[in-house]
Design a protein around this ligand. Structure first.
Ligand SMILES: CC(C)(COP(=O)(O)OP(=O)(O)OC[C@H]1O[C@@H](n2cnc3c(N)ncnc32)[C@H](O)[C@@H]1OP(=O)(O)O)[C@@H](O)C(=O)NCCC(=O)NCCS
Length: 227
């Protein structure tokens, strides 16, 4: 019997959510395997959701401790605009102050990113509109396999119905077998497969990035499906 409960995100959950996100960012392991600064990583990966659209996030709690989260934007266009015009300039200034660009891991990351430029264009073309939302999900390592992610996704899907979106997507590293099995088990299907490169310790790693999608039914379509 697992005592995991799901509730809407509150601002007191912010630090726990940021830490879990960094603890699981590399296919379930810590972000330090490819990025050296937790503070900047947490800003980049979670700040939009916690500070600009907090109502669309949920957390999983076990005995008072936050053990997982689902972050969501129900409007990819708004997400892109906030990221580009508000968060990125702030992050750039913070990264310069913290001397991030002198760190070898970050230089390798930029070299890798340059090789992925096609992916950035396809993201711009296909995902930058208001009727599509996206999610990120993370469960602390000691709380996996207990149904937390499944409950978070169903809470989020219920919340998103009737809120103006047709589809929810999630981006998954092709080598992240647990996440691949998880999204498939929840009825997400691969909409896109992009070839990607990351440079780690001077070596190029090639992988596929999958975009999983799930159609979100509006209350009207739910009613007609029931008739
Ligand atoms: C992927 C992840 C979210 C799954 O969370 P979880 O709480 O362990 O998943 P659940 O217990 O809710 O499992 C739900 C279903 O997913 C599938 N699944 C979950 N973990 C699995 C695993 N290790 N192997 C195979 N299938 C798995 C199963 O079908 C499972 O249903 P079942 O228990 O009835 O068999 C978790 O491993 C995680 O946080 N990984 C790191 C972050 C990440 O990769 N996020 C995805 C990118 S946004």
């Amino acid at each position: 019997m697992h005592d995991i409960s799901i509730r809407p995100y509150q601002k007191e959950d912010r630090e726990a959510l940021r830490q879990i996100c960094c603890d699981v960012a590399d296919r379930g392991g810590p972000i330090e395997s490819f990025f050296p600064d937790r503070e900047i990583a947490a800003d980049l990966l979670t700040q939009y959701y916690t500070d600009y659209e907090p109502q669309s996030s949920f957390v999983a709690v076990n005995q008072g401790r936050v053990v997982g989260y689902i972050n969501c934007s129900l409007d990819n266009r708004r997400y892109g605009l906030v990221l580009l015009w508000i968060l990125m300039p702030q992050l750039l200034a913070k990264a310069i102050k913290r001397g991030l660009f002198f760190k070898p891991q970050v230089q390798e990351m930029f070299k890798g990113a340059l090789k992925n430029w096609r992916r950035l264009f396809s993201w711009r073309k296909k995902s930058f509109h208001s009727h599509q939302g996206h999610i990120h999900i993370g469960i602390a390592a000691d709380s996996r396999g207990k149904g937390a992610a499944k409950q978070l996704v169903s809470a989020l899907i219920e919340y998103s119905q009737g809120r103006g979106i047709d589809e929810l997507t999630a981006s998954v590293h092709g080598g992240n077998e647990k996440a691949v099995s998880f999204f498939e088990s929840q009825g997400f299907v691969v909409r896109e497969r992009n070839s990607m490169v990351i440079i780690r310790n001077g070596k190029e790693e090639h992988y596929y990035s999958f975009i999983y999608g799930k159609t979100i039914q509006t209350p009207n379509t739910l009613v007609s499906a029931a008739l």
